[in-house]
Design a protein around this ligand. Structure first.
Ligand code: GLU
Length: 430
């Protein structure tokens, strides 16, 4: 099976291999000097298995793909409110290096343009630039599952040529967005842009985002689910320079590109993609990287808004196990819409039973929204003169905070049935 996926990947990559459109970034000599033919495609599955096709061992600088990760670190360290006070979440529709802030708030419009990224770097706590950068470096490395290195030549050149970023940093200082020394923050920002990655590193970093902050190879949590959700949201709306709308329609994965030629794309819950190809289009996105992501999305069905399974299929079966006792067998993943559908059906049929038994042994997962809805179910059944029991051998329902459920949860259908035998004798169980 692995060979099948490998050959799909090879075919997709080969189909775009001859495309030599676009141009290398040329604002510093190091980027101008890379081999324009380099082309690597990596796919990390949610369990950390990585498929590699082409030049997946070439290291290149992460550049702007650093932005979502430093933003995530700022959110982790400072909390949402503190970060939101300094950086917005609106697409700017401007070039990434535009010297601008939001007219009303006087803060950068989002963390994916340089102004927002420099503000995010300034929020990483630490007494010195070294201390702040070390946290960033460790954080990225944790996402990649290995220690990443720094390209000191690129760093030196970024420092030497960064007038525009300097202008942005001083502007932010004047608006009170940057506390402290703008040059120190810029130093941190230039270093973060100079961290070296391969396409496979990007794939694993993207898969870590896909897993809600759990690095898939070691299975270690490196960021909280709430921070990752926020980070992916700004990647959707602002991740691909000013081509975000085009990307969202054609590819449909939260993503970030960098002028080093990399793209990291995330399919939440499923996988991460890393591509490297250094020739860029007019907007600054890798030409072949974009094409490969389009093909992957179309051919492997990866668009995040693709219509998939309907929650209609939540109820597998419903039958009367004995007169007055109706069993509703549920399966799959129970989220809000599935739980709503179950509850509506149970209430609709309530005149036909005295006891409803929800059979959950085939339910894989259940989220808190669905748990809360089921927690209220028994109460309303009792109010209608009925009873509601649950068969939940793996305790998917009661795993967390639904203590109110424990009294009516059984390990097997037989146990639940023998409990129904007490009904009507005034024993309300407990
Ligand atoms: N170091 C570059 C800058 O800040 C990164 C640009 C990019 O990847 O978009 O200008």
């Amino acid at each position: 099976m692995a060979e099948l996926v490998q050959s799909l990947l090879d075919q997709i990559r080969e189909r775009h291999a001859d495309n030599d459109e676009g141009a290398l970034a040329d604002y510093i000599p190091e980027l101008r000097r890379v081999d324009p033919k380099g082309f690597g495609l990596s796919l990390s599955m949610a369990d950390g298995y990585v498929y590699e096709s082409g030049d997946t061992a070439i290291e290149f600088t992460i550049q702007s793909i650093s932005k979502p990760f430093t933003y995530a670190l700022a959110l982790e360290r400072m909390g949402m409110d503190a970060v939101d006070a300094k950086i917005g979440v609106e697409p700017s529709g401007e070039a990434f290096n535009q010297i601008s802030v939001d007219e009303t708030t006087k803060t950068p419009k989002n963390p994916m343009i340089n102004a927002g990224a420099i503000a995010a770097a300034s929020l990483i706590p630490g007494a010195t630039a070294d201390e702040r950068f070390n946290q960033i470096h460790e954080f990225y490395s944790a996402f990649a599952g290995r220690e990443l290195a720094i390209d000191h030549d690129v760093y030196g050149s970024e420092q030497a040529t960064g007038s525009r970023n300097r202008a942005i940093a001083y502007m932010l200082q004047s608006f009170g967005v940057l506390d402290g020394d703008p040059d120190e923050t810029l130093d941190v920002y230039f270093r973060q842009c100079s961290i070296k990655v391969t396409s496979s590193d990007l794939a694993v970093m993207a898969a870590t985002l896909a897993r809600g902050g759990v690095e898939p190879v070691a299975g270690r949590r490196v960021a909280s689910a709430a921070v990752v959700q926020r980070t992916l949201s700004v990647m959707v709306t602002c991740g691909m320079y000013d081509a975000a709308g085009d990307w969202a329609s054609a590819v449909g994965m939260p993503a970030k590109s960098g002028v080093g030629g990399g793209i990291a794309a995330v399919l939440p819950g499923q996988l991460g993609i890393g591509v490297y190809s250094p020739r860029l289009d007019a907007k600054g996105n890798s030409v072949r990287g974009t094409e490969v992501c389009r093909s992957m999305s179309a051919e492997l069905g990866l668009h995040f808004l693709a219509h998939t399974r309907e929650s209609r299929s939540t109820i597998r079966n419903a039958y009367d196990v004995e007169p007055g006792v109706r069993v509703f067998e549920l399966h799959g993943d129970l989220l809000f819409a599935g739980a709503e559908q179950v509850l509506r059906r149970v209430y609709r049929e309530r005149d036909a039973f005295d006891v409803a038994i929800l059979e959950l042994s085939r339910v894989d997962d259940i989220d808190d929204a669905a748990r809360r809805m089921f927690a209220g179910m028994r109460e309303s059944l009792v109010a209608a003169g009925k009873e509601g029991y649950v068969v939940d051998p793996d305790r998917v329902l009661t795993a967390s905070h639904t203590a109110g459920f424990d009294a009516r949860v059984y390990g097997t259908l037989e146990d639940a049935l023998s409990a129904t035998a007490h009904l009507g004798s005034g024993d309300s169980g407990g």
